[in-house]
Design a protein around this ligand. Sequence first.
Ligand SMILES: [Ca+2]
Length: 323
Amino acid sequence: MADPNTRQPTLVPCPMFNPGEDAKRLKEALRDPNKEVATVIAILTCRSASQRMEIVTVYKDQFNKDLYQEVKSGYSGKFSKVMRALLRPPFEYLAQEVKKAMAGLGTDEDVLTEVLCTRSNDNIQLIAAAFKSHFGKTVEEELDNEYKVSAEYKELLGMLLSGIRDERRECDTDKARKRAETIFNAETNAWSTETKIFMRLLTHEPYTQLRLIFDEYRKISGQSMEEAITTEFSGDLRNAMLTIVKCAINRSQYYAEKLESAMRGLRFDDYSLIRIIVSRCEIDLGSIKNEYLKIYHKTLYHQIQMGTSGEYRNALLALLGDP
Ligand SMILES: [Ca+2]
């Protein structure tokens, strides 16, 4: 069986990479930001994250300037946001998105869920480490101060942040059946006990094993894990649990759906659009495009082309690769 989480990027490292040459061309282009935007897009959307970080270093060495700051003062609006997202180390960028989701009075749980419930242990650890070194406290400490966030949701994120998931590619049908039975029986317990059992399942089991457990669960209960979670839980806890289930089954499909909801309605959710495209282009944006076409019978490229404009559009389309 083909692994549903096979990953196809849209951005691969530039084979003829010369960071000194790129830094020089960027410096020239930034002398007059109204001109040569195409050069800036061509360079920054066609270099891998580690190549972009090399350019930042070389730029600093050659011109004694911070490329990020130069781009920030040279460009504005959404285009500037995309370029700046590309100029941050990837995990630091995501840590900043996590911080931003908790800034101010409220909390943007949707962003926290999208960033923290979709990634492998080591990626979560790298985001958590970047957060700590950048903001001087842990994600959990910051989350603790978000007093309107539900305790169970906080607990679930805390478990994911602790890196407890077993990430071996385990596939054990007998164990899966037993786990599925535990889950099925959990539904007769008190809600708090049931919640703990579901949380433990979703944060500890390897993704490969989760898929088997979901199959076994369906055989026993006649419903999917998503249906069970939708019935038993609500609010952000439910969204987070459903996100983990979706990612275990097919992560690219999850992101395709997120992109669609970011483009639904009168105004695009540009932050989500940028975050997903920038953070997935080197991982699985190609697979996400395929899933998008399968679900919505239109191309992601076309949707973005229709709903955005100017250099912002050019930058996103460049990251998307072929239509
Ligand atoms: Ca807040």
